[in-house]
Design a protein around this ligand. Structure first.
Ligand code: GLA
Ligand code: ZN
Length: 682
């Protein structure tokens, strides 16, 4: 039999973070856990995530015996292990003996020992202690049939730390990084526009990290500091990967955090075998669930897109978190729906934080599969077990399939950093939120979307949507030009193509002026001063954000502003270029506009929801498929999900089979609140 790994597990993974290191004096708990895991259809756990002080109780004294026993006992019971390197939190002996492992904040103050995710990524001591431990773990466990992959560290740069360390070691590493990038101070000064406010650097040693106590208004510098922090954290992670690979060929991952601003996950994914992430949407928080559902779908899609491959949902809560102001329980049904949503978007797992609640410290009331009392006789345990059974039922139809969108959206981390730092017309602009608003109508139409960054490959996509691409990274404009020339459809918005990748403003034409067929002039955010709207195909749509004032230079005007001094300016244009076309949306409009516009574009291109269905608001579809191969025909599976708090009717326009029950469904069907139906062709 082929060795199981977390990348090729052969079935959907169901399990989660397990912390037996908190219960080593209670062998009865371990035995009880084994029974409960089997009852809940758990087939995998993640171990050792915060176990450094148990694995190396004293400097250089390693003790893996307890872990070995647990891994074996689990395996005897059919449960596999994803093993972590424990650098997410440091042991007391390390932080107390070696001060340099602790981060220094932007005011120059060094942290005390404690908390987590707060090591200095440059510290040679931290790197060496980590290397020693990781190598030993890999040497000991890398060959175990029970161990299926490496979980490097934990939520790197998370928990409020943002990953930056301003210590002397990091300052000097930053300077080296800059020397490598620019070669000379003249080039650096030019790229950073330091003649502004007389801040020209005359010696490398003068350069420091971006800080609110010092320089944070030289945008090129701030941007490079963010790039450096990201790359230094990644470099540390790469060292960890290198260390485990000395003795192990198992796949590696690190648990990401979706739309997490400090780390450019497109770069990170290149170093990993499989992407995994921790998913904690704020269910039941608004007037409805839709915004949250859209956020989760976008984040799952982003995680899938990083490697254009299935990913793992490494953590999620089975019931409640404990770190928001108010922490609501997941209401009945939401656990199953939100877990299946992950699978619908390409996850090959549903994993939890945490298996069992601890008795003390800050996560004792965080949701878990097993509560402090009542064993399996709890609502949460029953929902988790039921989900486990459902995952088993859909495994065969699902494993080996993935979402294969023909539409891509450009999401770019460096652009995110730059656009929110621009000091321009709207200083509250939230790139990720606007991006999500541009994603939402596609979610409503039941159409899957991939995400690419500006380095990403556009080939194979029919439509590329690029909202707020303020900063054009090197090569991006040329790539888009080629894409359109060869027949692609490109949709972009105002506040795009403003600056180059050092955040210097373009002084000539818009870099895609020829492709877009427009020239840009001013940008406004009327914000309460006037009500304005655009008219598209006879319908008026309200403007709710930025308004770009542009001129058509060959493009056809499809919508115009209706009021105020910008009445008559183009609000939506289309330009044919080569074999393709490019649309420019000048303003940020109420959400119905995009739905109308996208629908028109998709219809024209013959793209749309792959399931023959008439959807209703709050119900969406994701499609996973496997192209036909010699073993058989094309395999497709659809996840029809109702995020409404009430029942909702949809209409299947041809018969489909319910994968779990075998029943044939067609015509009008009523979906229960928070129901997910998994379908295949009859
Ligand atoms: C993160 C961490 C976990 C735990 C959960 C709580 O995802 O990785 O260790 O703290 O949050 O929600
Ligand atoms: Zn440091």
């Amino acid at each position: 039999m082929k060795k199981k790994t977390m990348e090729h597990f052969g079935e959907l993974i169901h399990g989660g973070d397990y912390n037996p290191d908190q219960w080593l004096d209670r062998p009865d708990i371990l035995e009880e856990d084994l029974q409960l895991m089997k009852k809940a259809n758990v087939n995998c756990v993640s171990l050792g995530i915060f176990a450094w002080s148990r694995l190396e109780p004293e400097e250089g004294a390693y003790d893996f015996g307890w872990l070995e026993k647990i891994i074996q006992r689990l395996y005897e019971n059919g449960i596999y292990t994803i093993l972590a390197t424990p650098t997410g939190a440091m042991p007391q002996w390390l932080t107390n003996k070696y001060e340099e492992v602790l981060q220094v904040d932007e005011t120059g103050v060094r942290n005390y020992p404690g908390k987590r995710h707060n090591y200095c990524p440059t510290s040679p001591v931290m790197r060496e202690k980590t290397r020693q431990l990781d190598m030993r773990l890999a040497e000991t466990f890398g060959g175990y049939p029970a161990v299926i992959g490496w979980h490097i560290s934990n939520e790197i740069a998370g928990n409020g730390s943002d990953g930056s360390c301003h210590c002397a070691l990091c300052q000097s590493a930053f300077r080296e990084w800059l020397k490598e990038k620019y070669g000379s101070l003249d080039k650096l000064n030019a790229a950073w526009w330091t003649s502004f406010w007389s801040h020209t650097y005359t010696d490398w040693s003068q350069i420091r990290s971006a800080s609110r106590r010092g320089e944070n208004l030289v945008h090129g510098q701030t941007l490079d500091w963010k790039r450096f922090v990201d790359s230094q954290q990644l470099d540390f992670c790469k060292e960890e990967i290198k260390a485990v690979r000395v003795h192990s060929t198992l796949p590696v991952t690190t648990n990401m955090m979706g739309f997490f601003k400090p780390l450019d996950y497109f770069k990170w994914a290149k170093e990993l075998d499989i992407v995994s992430w921790d998913c904690y949407p704020d269910w039941h928080s608004g007037a409805d669930e839709l915004r949250t559902a859209v956020y989760a779908a976008a984040a799952h899609s982003l995680m899938r897109s990083l490697k254009k491959k299935n990913f793992l949902m490494m953590e999620s809560t089975p019931s409640v978190v404990n770190w928001r102001e108010m922490n609501r329980l997941k209401r009945p049904g939401m656990h199953e729906l939100s877990s299946l949503q992950a699978v619908a978007c390409g996850s090959d797992s549903v994993q939890y934080f945490q298996w069992r609640k601890g008795r003390g410290s800050s996560e004792k009331f965080h949701g878990a599969v097993v509560d402090h009392r009542n064993g399996s006789d709890t609502r949460v345990f029953r929902e988790v077990s039921r989900l486990g059974e459902r995952l088993e039922k859909i495994t065969q139809q699902t494993v080996g399939t993935c979402n294969r969108p023909r539409i891509a959206m450009v999401f770019d981390w460096e652009n995110w950093w730059a656009v929110e730092d621009a000091c321009a017309i709207d200083n509250n602009l939230k790139y990720q939120e606007v991006f999500q608003d541009f994603f939402r109508p596609l979610w409503e139409l039941g159409v899957d979307v991939d995400m690419v960054d500006m380095d990403g490959d556009l080939e194979g996509f029919r439509v590329v949507i690029a909202p707020l691409n303020y900063m054009y990274r090197k090569g991006y404009a040329e790539k888009v030009r080629r894409f359109v020339e060869q027949g692609g459809c490109y949709i972009t918005t105002c506040w795009s193509g403003e600056t180059d990748d050092t955040d210097l403003v373009y002084t000539g034409n818009h870099p895609l002026e020829d492709v877009l067929g427009i020239s840009t002039e001013e940008i406004d955010v009327p914000d309460g001063y006037c009500e304005n709207s655009i008219q598209y195909h006879g319908t008026d749509y309200r403007i709710i954000g930025l308004c770009g004032l542009v001129h058509a230079k060959g493009a056809e005007v499809l919508a115009e502003y209706q009021n105020d001094f910008y009445k008559g300016y183009p609000a939506l244009t289309r330009n044919f270029y080569g074999n393709g076309e490019a649309y420019y949306i000048s303003s940020i409009n109420e959400h119905q506009f995009l739905k109308h516009f996208y629908n028109d574009v998709l219809q024209e291109k013959g793209l749309g929801c792959g399931l023959q269905v008439r959807l209703t608001e709050g119900v969406t579809v994701n499609e996973r498929s496997k192209p036909a191969d010699e073993d058989g025909g094309e395999q497709k599976v659809w996840f029809l999900q109702n995020f409404n708090r009430t029942a909702a009717a949809v209409e299947l326009l041809k018969p489909y089979q319910n994968v779990e029950t075998g029943e044939t469904l067609t015509g009008k069907i009523e979906m229960q609140s928070f129901e997910c139906i998994v379908l295949r062709n009859c």
